[in-house]
Design a protein around this ligand. Structure first.
Ligand code: HEM
Length: 462
């Protein structure tokens, strides 16, 4: 095992167009040549599409932060996700999107995060109980477990129900079926491949999306009734459904709320699950860092009470989680569309070109980061790490369209990571080094396998 954590193999520099398209559809990460990491900008020109990847902080800032209205999400993104997400905030643009953010954003402000903390705590305890039953036995495929835990967090914080609730469990199960029907739940589906290639919406995908949306509609309709009766719990769903847009005075209609819940479920559990699974793998691989997290968790967290302020004391754990988000950004690439001709690095970018922003490449840009492919959670305290965190670290995107759940995810991820490592000693399984691939999020090709042993107390406190 090399000292560097796994990175997918790059493709040979020269390949035929057909091979490139094929590789691309299998996995975007290994379809790229190694030299792309060093590039500030790259052009992909084929007979069918014309896109540019930008991998320079100034350009990324122009597109995401300074002029987001000139670079909306491309229609392809909407097409790819429409069956499940309808008109959700993730895919809309312009005035519709702005109105949706005005209603959603207040639910994720700092104060509200403190209020949802007990629900995250309960989900963490439930994850520990599930894993305790299996620890000390056969290796565990941890992505399935982190998905379960992250879905539990979403249902508890949004609707005050655990994942065992009949409807929550049905959504979770159906979502797995949805992914199975979608071999193209792969970012390739969202990039501008030619129209004649098969589009991702098979009949089974649509049917599965409809089942999920029907289940979510039951939850939102019940909640609307509880709000009307004055019996609704004070959770994220109630907050979002009772918030009026300060400009128009409107609230979400029931159907629109289904779209939003679908994206909270999808964006909120797939991503967090991916980040947590990679963070656990990294700690299994680097046991010294694991001991530091375990010790910090024992010192910072009082098991007797759900103490929100403990999160601010988990600074090394946060640095590890950040390092996992850097090395394995759950959303590896984002696509925007140029609405007018642009000039980037003295090159003309034609109107309607696709602009690809790749956290995956930016986070490993060797001209910016010291030791770009290495695992070094202490980097965030160095001058280089601090500068790169400001300029070249975008796991949650940046600017107006930044992830609404970023603050939420940084609390959930750090809490789960600290508590799991405090409870279990984690080690890798020989011969099963995970290979990162880009599905909807960055996952491992054949799962992430770990051994868990109950630990108590951590080595350094003995
Ligand atoms: C580690 C966890 C997470 C990561 C890495 C992550 C990453 C991202 C990224 C990169 C985007 C921008 C995508 C693009 O512009 O194409 C995004 C958008 C979004 N995320 Fe997250 N996310 C995470 C967790 C969450 C959670 C927990 C929620 C909600 C509970 C959430 C809700 C959303 C929503 C609603 C958007 C769309 C925002 C918009 O377009 O205005 N995310 N996320």
């Amino acid at each position: 095992m090399s000292d560097l954590p796994p990175k997918p193999p790059a493709r040979p520099e020269r390949v035929s167009l057909l091979r490139y398209v094929r590789l691309f559809r299998q996995d975007i990460l290994s379809a790229q040549p190694a030299k792309l990491y060093r590039a500030w900008m790259a052009e992909f020109r084929t007979p069918f599409f014309h896109s540019y990847m930008i991998n320079q902080p100034e350009l990324v800032k122009t597109v995401l932060v300074e002029r987001p209205d000139d670079f909306p999400k491309s229609d392809r993104v909407r097409e790819g996700l429409e069956p499940l997400l309808g008109n959700s905030v993730f895919v809309t643009n312009g005035e519709v999107w702005k109105r949706q953010r005005r209603i959603i954003d207040p639910a994720f402000e700092g104060g509200r995060l403190r209020e949802v903390f007990p629900a995250m705590w309960d989900a963490t305890q439930a994850a520990i109980a599930r894993l305790s039953a299996r620890a000390g036995h056969a290796p565990i495929e941890i992505e399935a477990e982190t998905s379960h835990a992250a879905a539990d967090v979403i249902f508890r914080t949004l609707f005050s129900i655990p994942i065992e609730h009949e409807v929550a469990a049905a959504v979770f199960d159906e979502f797995r079926a949805y992914q199975r029907t979608q071999p193209l739940v792969n970012l390739a589906a969202f990039l501008p491949l030619p129209r004649w290639l098969p589009r991702p919406h098979r009949r089974s995908t649509r049917a599965s999306a409809e089942v999920i949306r029907g289940l979510i509609a039951r939850l939102t309709e019940d909640r609307q009734a509880e709000i009307a009766a004055g019996t609704a719990p004070d959770d994220l769903a109630t907050k979002i459904m009772t918030t009026t847009d300060p400009l128009t005075g409107e609230r979400f209609e029931a159907a629109e709320m289904v779209d939003q819940v679908a994206i909270f479920f999808l964006a909120g559990h797939e991503t967090s699950a991916s980040a947590l699974a990679w963070a656990l793998y990294l700690l299994a691989r680097y046991p010294e860092a694991q001991e530091r997290v375990a010790t910090e968790a024992v010192t910072a967290i009082d098991l007797e009470r759900e103490d929100f302020s403990a999160i601010s004391k988990l600074s090394f754990t946060r640095d590890v989680f950040r390092e996992a988000l850097r090395l394995y950004p759950p959303v590896p690439m984002m696509v925007r569309q140029a609405t007018q001709e642009e000039c980037f690095r003295d090159r003309v970018v034609r109107k309607a070109s696709q602009i690809v922003i790749s956290p995956w490449h930016l986070h490993r840009q060797p001209r910016l980061w010291d030791n770009p492919d290495g695992f070094d959670p202490d980097r965030w305290k160095t001058a280089n790490g601090k500068q790169c965190q400001r300029e070249a670290f975008i796991p949650f995107s940046a600017g107006a369209r930044v992830c609404t759940g970023a603050g939420f995810a940084m609390i959930e991820g750090v809490l789960l990571l600290a508590m799991l490592v405090r409870t279990f000693r984690i080690s890798p399984v020989e011969g099963r080094e995970p290979v990162p691939v880009a599905h909807l999020t960055v996952r491992a090709k054949d799962g992430i396998w770990l051994r868990l042993e109950p630990r108590q107390p951590p080595d350094s406190l003995r």
